[in-house]
Structure formats: C-alpha cells, structure tokens
Design a protein around this ligand. Structure first.
Ligand SMILES: Nc1ncnc2c1ncn2[C@@H]1O[C@H](COP(=O)(O)OP(=O)(O)O)[C@@H](O)[C@H]1O
Ligand SMILES: [Mg+2]
Length: 409
C-alpha cells in the first residue's frame, strides 16, 4: 500500500517535469553522466530519454535560432530587470522590443507603452543622436562610448544576427550617470560662486579701509554717514560673503579627533557659559554616559560654528524672561543624537519649512545663512539636522555618526 502511494507520487513528479520540459520554447539535449542518460526535446516538441554515449554533462540548445525572439525576450526580461543599467532591445526597424525596469524608471516612461514604439519615443532625442540606431545603420557595435545628450552615461551596443546574417536585434546597454553630472555641475557652480565671493571681498576691504581713514578728515555730517551707514553695510556684506564661502566649501577639511564630552563640556560649554552669564541664559548640558566617550573626527571650529549659530538664534528668540537652553547627547546605534532645545518665541508653522533655506531670515539684521550653513556642515559629516518648534520654544535634532571604543592615535 505504502509502496503504491510512493510510486504514484514519483509518477506525478515525473509527469510534472515532463510537462515543464515540453513547455520550454526551444529544442535541446541534456546529458548527465551520473545517470548515463540523455534528455531530448526535438523540433516537433516531443520529449524523450535516451542512453547517453559520451561520458560528460552537456546542455545544448539545438534550435535557438528558430525560437521567435519575442519568446526569448520574455525570459530575458525577468533577468534584465535586476540589472542596474538601462537595457533596451530594438528590432531592425528601430522598434523597441525590450526595455528593462531601470531604463523605464530613469527615463520616466511606462514600459508597457514604449514596447512596440520607435526608440526615439523612448529617448526623446533626434534620430541622429541615437547610438543604437547608428549601430543599426553601420552594423558596428559601439564599445564604452561616453554620451552627453539629454542624459549622461556610457553606452555599449551589440548586434544579434540570425543564421542568415540579418540583424535581428540591436541591444543597447547604458550606464546612467546623470547623478554624477549633477554633482559635478554643483561643485563647479559653487566653485565659481566662491571665486566671485572671494574677489568681491577684497575690494570691499579696501573700501572699508579708506572710509575709516577718511572719516577723520571729512565734515561731521559725512563722517556720520560713513560710520552709521556705509561701514556697517560693508560689514554686513562681508559677513554674508564669509558665511557664503563657508557653505560653498565642499567637504570636511581640517580633521582631528573630538571626544563628545570634551567637545561639548570643555570646548563649547566654556564659550557659551561665559556669554550666557552676561545675558541671563541658563545652559544645561546632559551628556549621557554611553555617548560621553564616543568621538568623531572633524574640524572643531566648524562644529563649534554649528552650535554657536544655534545659540545665537536662541538668544535672538529670547522672551523677556530668563532663557533656558538644554543641550543633550545620547548614543543611538552608531550615531550620536544631539538635541538643542530653547524656550524662546518659537518658529511659526508656515515658516518652519524655510529656516534651512539660504538667505531666509525674519530679522532686520539677519543674513539667513546661519542654519543653512549649519545643516551643510552636519551633512558634510554624513549627519542629519532637523527642527521642531512650538510657541514654547524650538528644538533642533542632529544625528552625527560617531566612533566607539579606542581613540585612534
Ligand atoms: N531658536 C530659534 N527660535 C526661533 N526662530 C528661529 C530659531 N532659529 C532660527 N529661527 C528662525 O530661522 C531663521 C533663519 O535662521 P538663520 O539661518 O540662523 O538666519 P538668521 O539668524 O540670520 O536670520 C531666523 O530668521 C528665525 O526666524
Ligand atoms: Mg542665525
């Protein structure tokens, strides 16, 4: 009884495999030395098993040329969807027959709608710029060519011909590198801007120097204008430029090991506490034990700038009463989580989304650069910076990757 059941199961399994094999869209032979058998599927779709003669494993598709390309493409599509480059097939008329997922995503198309259409509708550029069409015309593959049209990247094209040598498909593989171009453009833009800013600052310094010099030699009224209007305006312009140059600086430059406790209590605390005393501000530091001895590697001045900006803003948001500022750190995973909380006037809900924008300010004397610079600095250290606020005060949340354990020498 049990044996019968087993036999039945085996037979079912066998017919299952047979059915699978018979649905494969091509004929083939598969020989396996272990079983000394050869499994074949002939051109008429019949499946049979023979004794294999050679003593080796072999899988040979015997009629790949006769399988309609469309069927192969269905199988390929699944595989090509996991490739991170753009892969597109066209037929000899330039019609798209396959488009992998990455291409559809980056080119913002619905792939079902581009299959069956001409390649130019997918790429949206003139035919003569399309490298796959060039390959179709010249019959020559393109190897690792850099492309810069609407998109930027490296293209490769290959030809698939049938047994008569006629082109069946052109395959295009495109490494999409737009993000690199974007980053390059931004770096270039900030370099130019930084260059200009620098060049403006020099003549400003000269003008300021002369105004100061002349102030003692001109009439009182004119001197008054120099002192109350011109020189402060130049100082303001200078401050904007200094802050701006800080933003446009692309990465972390000076590096030193900064222990959390040292940095916050001894360095930052030292500076802030003396100012706080004079201005009726009460600063509390809460450095959790697990974060105290973590360290980051960075530029002390630059990180100081972040907290000094936050402190200045809090001071400027002070209500008439005593101001409370709490600075706390704790370790969360491999980040140090820093909170900077004040009980000032808060930020209105409709403005809060703009506070990190460069030049956004609600102050007559503000430059609107403090927070954008601070966020940029934190991001240069691969951290994040966010803000929450209510009429009871403002709360900055900063995550900064840190190291644990032994300080490197
Ligand atoms: N702690 C805070 N309390 C209330 N408002 C704040 C606080 N920090 C920032 N802001 C708001 O965000 C704006 C942008 O700040 P910032 O970039 O430092 O520029 P600035 O201080 O020159 O105005 C400020 O003008 C202010 O409206
Ligand atoms: Mg500020």
């Amino acid at each position: 009884m049990e044996n019968n059941q087993k036999m039945k199961e085996m037979e079912e399994e066998l017919s299952f495999y047979k059915r699978l094999v018979s649905t494969l869209p091509f004929s083939f032979t598969y020989s396996d030395p272990e079983f000394d058998r050869k499994l074949c599927k002939n051109d008429n779709g019949q499946v049979y098993v023979k004794r294999s003669t050679p003593n080796r494993r072999e899988f040979k598709i015997t009629s790949a040329n006769r399988i309609p390309f469309e069927e192969i493409e269905v199988l390929l599509n699944e595989i090509l969807d996991v490739v991170p480059h753009h892969i597109v097939f066209i037929n000899s008329k330039g019609i798209v027959t396959l488009c992998n997922e990455q291409a559809a995503i980056d080119l913002h198309v619905d792939r079902e709608s581009v299959i069956g259409k001409h390649l130019r509708e997918l790429l949206q550029i003139p035919d003569k710029q399309i490298k796959m069409l060039e390959t179709l015309q010249t019959g020559k593959p393109i190897v690792n060519q850099e492309i810069l049209d609407k998109n930027y990247g490296i293209i490769n094209t290959r030809l698939i011909k049938n047994s008569e040598g006629k082109i069946e498909r052109v395959v295009g593989v495109f490494r999409f590198l737009n993000h690199i171009k974007e980053a390059e453009k931004q770096t270039l833009a900030s370099r130019i801007a930084a260059g200009i800013a620098h060049e403006i600052r020099n003549p400003l310094t000269t003008v300021r120097g002369y105004l100061q010099l002349l102030e003692g030699r001109v009439e009182k009224e004119t001197a008054e204008v120099f002192l109350s209007l011109l020189i402060p305006e130049i100082d303001r312009a200078n401050k904007i430029i200094t802050d701006f140059l800080r933003i446009s600086k692309p990465g972390v430059e000076r590096r030193e090991v900064l222990e959390v406790k040292d940095f916050f209590i001894d360095y930052l605390g030292h500076f802030l506490n003396s100012d706080a005393l004079l201005n009726n501000v009460n600063i509390t530091f809460n450095i959790s034990d697990d974060s105290a001895n973590c360290f980051f590697i960075g530029d002390r001045e630059e990180l100081f700038q972040v907290f000094s900006n936050l402190y200045q803003n809090s001071m400027q948001a002070k209500k008439s009463s005593l101001m409370e500022i709490t600075i706390s750190t704790e370790l969360i995973g491999s980040n140090i989580f820093i909170q900077f909380i004040d009980n000032g006037i808060g930020i209105a809900p409709n403005l809060i989304q703009h506070v990190f924008d460069p030049f956004f300010t609600t102050k007559d004397e503000g430059t609107g650069l403090g927070l954008s610079v601070s966020k940029k600095i934190i991001e240069n250290y691969h951290g994040t910076m966010n803000v929450k606020s209510s009429p009871l005060g403002t709360h900055f949340l900063i995550y900064l990757p840190v190291h644990k354990g032994e300080i490197p020498l």
